[in-house]
Design a protein around this ligand. Structure first.
Ligand SMILES: [Zn+2]
Length: 145
């Protein structure tokens, strides 16, 4: 905003240089107007400084928030990694542990017992079982269809 201040300073110099004074009505008005411009330029300069301080402050806050987020998400990811599900093998009754996020996997997941090789969890098998049960029930409700 130095530009506006410089321009107003130039106008102030010009007023004096052209010998514009308060002896005439127009001169009085011009001197007052340049004075108002001077105060406006000061005010804008003040606002500009305040705005810069605020921008720096917000930037610092944003950086701190980013650090905090990274730290938090790291902790959450660590917890996710440690979350395990335990299933007892139906064959040898060994406890088989696997990561819980495998349960939400959309792809085919088959967990076998490391002891005897029996399947302890299969998301595809569970889905097809449900479909069959549903089909049988429909036939029972509408025997003629
Ligand atoms: Zn087993």
């Amino acid at each position: 905003m130095a530009n506006v201040k410089e321009k107003v300073a130039y106008l102030q110099g010009l007023t004096r240089g052209l010998n514009v004074n308060e002896h005439s009505a127009e001169g009085k008005l011009l001197v007052q107007m340049v004075d108002v411009l001077h105060h406006m330029a000061e005010e804008i300069d003040c606002l500009h400084t305040g705005q810069e301080d605020l921008e720096n402050y917000v930037e610092t806050l944003d950086e701190d928030l980013t650090d905090l987020e990274e730290e938090m998400y790291e902790d959450i990811e660590d917890e996710d990694d440690l979350e395990m599900v335990e299933v007892e093998c139906p064959s040898c009754h060994d406890v088989v542990a696997f990561e819980s996020d495998l349960l939400e996997d959309d792809d085919a997941v088959e967990i076998t017992c490391p002891n005897c090789g029996e399947v302890v969890y299969d998301n595809i098998l569970e889905l097809s079982d449900d479909d069959e049960v549903e089909l049988v029930q429909r036939r029972d409700i509408h025997p003629g269809v």
